[in-house]
Design a protein around this ligand. Structure first.
Ligand SMILES: [Zn+2]
Length: 320
């Protein structure tokens, strides 16, 4: 029998990262390094979330999908892997400008990976921090190509200065970059196909620039025009605002009252605490969850009652 599952985070150290997982989430990181990403839910090849507690401790997410598909996924049990990847990103420096292909182009350009549609929720921002999302009005493939081949991008990218809580939905084929000073929650298709279009003319510690993929990248661009932050929509549950409803995932923000009921609907729910504190039924033996904590509620469980401090804010991800 499955139970609400917590996984060990998988950290990624890249040059653009920082130390915000300590300051924002109270986590203990080893000294001295830059922590760029914390992968909280992943079943992608060798990258595997591992259960952190209880009888299934040490089990990978992929094995849960293989051996407990019906219990874990319910109405989505036909999936052969967990199709969603969730991570936090600490962008101490601006990331490269990139694009991910859609499923059809990924199948052609980088099989067997699928495309990547993603969405971001901004958790922390510095004054002036920018998100680059889409292209300015009137920028077509040719103008984008000219600009990239000249080694510039500023004149073609659409930039926004996000506020905490803003959600930006990036369909596959959209040019995008996360700017310096942002801490972001990212939900995406479990795929790793990225084309780097522009790297701000930076060089690494070895004095070399990172490779660009301008030709395949330009071919992968299918979305033109600017992307704006999403407008949330109300749902049947007064605590829940729907931020994204896409072919790949549903993303909600939840502001529960003292108690919130979730699950019991034959689908799994992935919850992320952004603010406040909440507790599960004591039978599960789960410590109270705070900012940065995540949990996957399997589809087979009855309705769960979360007891929440006021105010508490959660993200909830479901499969469509
Ligand atoms: Zn991306």
């Amino acid at each position: 029998m499955l139970y609400p599952l917590q996984f060990n985070p998988i950290y990624r150290q890249y040059l653009w990262g920082g130390r915000r997982f300590e300051s924002a989430f109270g986590r203990m990181l080893p000294p001295g390094d830059r922590f760029a990403e914390s992968w909280e839910l992943v079943d992608h090849g060798a990258d595997q979330s591992v259960v952190a507690h209880g009888p299934l401790r040490g089990t990978t997410l992929h094995d849960l999908v293989l051996f407990h598909a019906q219990e874990l996924l319910g109405i989505h049990a036909s999936q052969s892997y967990f199709p969603i990847l969730f991570k936090f990103l600490d962008a101490a420096c601006t990331l490269s400008v990139q694009v991910h292909p859609d499923d059809a182009r990924a199948a052609r350009l980088s099989p067997p990976d699928l495309g990547k549609t993603e969405a971001w929720v901004v958790l922390e921002t510095n004054p002036g921090s920018l998100i680059y999302a889409g292209l300015r009005d009137g920028v077509d493939r040719e103008a984008l190509s000219d600009s990239l081949r000249r080694g510039e991008c500023d004149q073609v990218l659409h930039a926004i200065e996000p506020k905490i809580g803003d959600c930006i939905f990036i369909p596959a084929g959209t040019v995008h970059a996360i700017g310096e000073g942002l801490l972001v929650a990212e939900i995406q298709q479990a795929s790793d196909t990225t084309y780097r279009l522009h790297d701000w003319n930076r060089v690494g510690p070895d004095g070399k620039s990172r490779p660009l993929h301008i030709d395949s990248g330009i071919e992968a661009v299918t979305q033109f025009g600017p992307v704006h932050k999403t407008q949330g929509h109300t749902t049947d549950d007064a605590s829940v605002q729907r931020l994204v409803e896409s072919d790949y995932f549903i993303l909600d923000t939840v502001r529960p009252a003292a108690s919130w009921r979730v699950g019991g609907d034959h689908r799994c729910h992935f919850l992320v605490v952004l603010e406040g504190q909440c507790c599960f039924d004591p039978q599960w033996d789960i410590a109270s969850m705070v900012r940065g904590d995540c949990i996957l509620i399997p589809a087979c469980l009855d309705t769960q009652y979360l007891h929440c401090e006021n105010p508490t804010t959660l993200l909830r991800v479901m499969l469509p």
